[in-house]
Design a protein around this ligand. Structure first.
Ligand SMILES: *Cc1c(COP(=O)(O)O)cnc(C)c1O
Length: 393
């Protein structure tokens, strides 16, 4: 391979020429089972016919105008997202990091409106919010920040899944918001206590903080609800989405409610591409397909199936710390770094991921069926058993 690309990715030695459903094919017509979905993006599988049709139709009609004009598809997508989420309104961006940038800017502007001159956002250890300067500063992973100092100010790092630590910030008058992932994906498929988000909601209400949820990975059905906060009886004030929203067509969204929904006025924020007709029509097709194909309940069922079968397969194996997940965001934590499993799985034509060094992460398409799930479970279980038997702790 030539070196005309920057070296910022560690790439595996495979590339794909086409895909269909859970399957990808390489240039030699070898077939791979995709249990990663382009990192939680292609939830409907590759080239879902309804999304492909929407993209083709829109490409023939109108691809881009500008946010200087009304955009019918953008309005329709906003209406749909608001109806599904219980939020009030939407700003469209092109990626997750940009959606979070909008959230951070909203929080700061609400703070200034309230006379807070040096606003602080509470963020968590182990979090991931993106690679732009503000979002990498909000991210709780030194590897993401290293070499890019000075970081953006205005974030206070708190332990994840710890309500008492957040509560101590009640006496800090500069705090305006809490920014959290309902489940930490990059951070190792970390599930907080079941009532964590509800407790954070109570704390935010009490202190007039904005509760901002980064659902870029957990949203759009991934956890077996449209949005992970819907497992509890709460609403956030700000909600960010991206990854699965366009099934691969780049689109991000920042949704808001209350003060946060009213703060951005003309001229205060924007994006050239954000919410263009092509991306919005694709995203509408994604949401309609999830609904039409009953994929929310299918995800709940398949998620439970994965967990139950992995627990059977890996029962009593000493190096397995935990099998956990919600819906089809799944993690198997080992007692040692296990990055080599990615290459070993690839050799068996299975695409998986390892995050936070020791956690095998699976993000299969929501359309996966039981036979395909069995294939994933059998291969991954065998690989883990072999790996633990043949590597030092
Ligand atoms: C992937 C991800 C992001 C960043 O999204 P990009 O589209 O890569 O900018 C932010 N937050 C979470 C939780 C993510 O999983």
């Amino acid at each position: 391979m030539s070196n005309t690309l920057m070296s910022n990715y560690g790439r595996l030695a495979v590339q794909f020429s086409h895909g269909h459903g859970v399957w990808l094919w390489d240039a030699h017509q070898q077939r791979y089972l995709d249990a990663l979905s382009g990192i939680a993006v292609c939830s409907l599988g590759h080239c879902h016919p309804k999304v492909t049709a929407a993209i083709c139709e829109q490409a023939q009609r109108l691809v881009h105008t500008s946010n200087v004009y009304g955009i019918e598809r953008q309005q329709a997508l906003a209406d749909k997202l608001v109806a599904l989420s219980g939020m009030e309104n939407v700003f469209f961006a092109n990626s997750g990091a940009e959606a979070n940038e909008a959230a951070i800017k909203i929080a700061r502007k609400v703070a200034h409106q309230r006379g807070i001159d040096n606003p602080q956002i509470l963020v968590a250890t182990g979090s991931f919010h993106g690679r732009t300067m503000a979002t990498l500063s909000a991210t709780g992973n030194p590897k993401v920040q290293m070499g890019f100092e000075p970081l953006v100010q205005g974030f206070i790092r708190m332990p994840y899944d710890n309500v008492a630590a957040l509560a101590e910030q009640a006496k800090n008058p500069d705090v305006i918001a809490v920014l959290l992932e309902p489940i930490q994906g990059e951070g190792g498929v970390r599930l907080p206590a079941p009532d964590y988000l509800t407790q954070v909601r109570v704390l935010c209400d009490k202190n007039h903080w904005l509760m901002m949820l980064d659902e870029i990975q957990t949203g759009i059905g991934r956890t077996g609800q449209w949005f992970a906060y819907q497992h509890q009886a709460i609403l956030p004030d700000v909600l960010t989405l991206a990854k699965a929203l366009g099934n691969g067509v780049p689109i991000g969204a920042c949704l808001a409610r209350g003060d946060a929904a009213q703060i951005l006025q003309a001229g205060s924020h924007g994006s050239t591409f954000g919410g263009n007709p092509l991306a919005c029509h694709a995203a509408l097709a994604v949401l309609n397909t999830i609904e039409d194909e009953g994929l929310i309940s299918h995800t709940q069922q398949m998620g439970a199936y994965f967990i139950q079968r992995f627990q059977q397969q890996l029962a009593g194996i000493a190096g397995v710390i935990a099998v956990r997940g919600q819906g089809l965001l799944l993690g198997i934590e080992l007692n040692r770094p296990c990055a080599p499993l990615v290459q070993q799985a690839l050799a068996q034509h299975l695409l998986i991921n390892v995050t936070a060094d020791k956690v095998v992460r699976l993000l299969p398409p929501l359309i996966i069926d039981e036979a395909q799930a069995n294939q994933v479970i059998d291969i991954v279980s065998d690989l883990i058993k072999n790996f633990l038997a043949n590597s030092g702790e």
